[in-house]
Design a protein around this ligand. Sequence first.
Ligand code: NAD
Length: 389
Amino acid sequence: MNHFRFILPTEVIFGVDSIEQIGEIGNRYGKKALIVMGGNSARKSGLLDRVVGILKDKGIESAIFDKVTPNPTTEVIRGGVALAKEEKVDFIIGLGGGSAMDASKAIAFMSVSKGDILDYFPGEKYFEEGPQGALPLITVTTTSGTGSEANQVAVVTDTEGNRKCGLRTKDGYPTVAIIDPKLTVSVPPRITAATGLDVLYHALEAYVSKKASPYTDLLAIEAMGLVSKSLAKAVKDGADIEARADMSLANTFAGMAIDHGGTVAIHATSHPVSAYYDSPHGEALSAVAPTYLKHYYRTDIPKFAKIAELLGCQEAGLTQEQKAEKASEYLIKLLEEVDLRITLSDLGVTEDMIDTLTKNSFETMKGAIGNTKGTLEYDEMYQLYKESL
Ligand code: NAD
């Protein structure tokens, strides 16, 4: 068994209507908050007004930074930091999906750290040293996808360098995560499917990663079981609060699992796709995942057999190896059920780009490549992309 260390410093507040607690929680950190969010969904659903109102009732003033884009960029982070400093805020609230929460993490640590966000990218000036602390951060997740609300990773895209990197730092951990399943009810079916599959891949990848531990296995198995039970229900009926609650829980468990177990080849190959094509994260992952399972199940037969079982394989009389081989087939069944059986070609990828994507992955996704059991050399990754077209 691997040696391991396990720490989860974020306070987790879970439950329907737990958003009502944001005022009393905010009060611990000061009287002025910067709310970091995307342009639309929190306004349209009334969530922004609700949060501003709850804060106001507790005497907390809000400044709003609503410039976060999907796959947030270094430019977005710089804009948020400038506003946090100008408004002299005491704490940050990340309100939205992974994009808003990741941006809020980077804004929280860059508001008190030297240099520029690019200096903290892998291989850059302050990468090894890391940030110098962070403003207190409350994350409020409105998707069930990334697990960002309670982990240390902030994924930021450097558009000029075509790099989409997961910045990992102890200063990235939110102080408090509020997980209110009701806030995910308004997520449309396709985004529910894509984000829910992101949860599945987090759990699955942490489970088969070289860095897996008994802690991450517990979280990952529970998360995969919950996705298998409830993702299709949440896609079909967004108002099914039980299914939404299962997905919210799975989301947080899976995010905690990757925080320590890391991701493997699925994330390693999909980040370059999002960096070049701005594809939704869960869709880019879904385009490559079945090919990865098909070629890598032999790297850990008991675990891939367990994945097949968790995805619904109950076929009698199979050996462990035959069951492990079925993992890809059962994943495809789930993808079809939630209407997300897509290919890289659907996302705009062409064969002449595979060399670029492969090289980009080897430059930017060394961690996930290193966590992958078996071998993942240039030719093997090239093949994964090619078969996923
Ligand atoms: P997202 O945050 O980009 O949101 C996707 C879309 O859903 C947006 O248009 C948003 O406005 C909309 N939306 C969000 N909540 C909604 C709601 N309640 N109702 C209606 N619409 C809503 O998507 P995401 O998948 O949550 O996050 C993706 C980002 O997170 C990517 O940049 C990805 O790389 C990153 N990520 C981070 C981690 C991590 O550990 N930090 C892990 C995986 C992915």
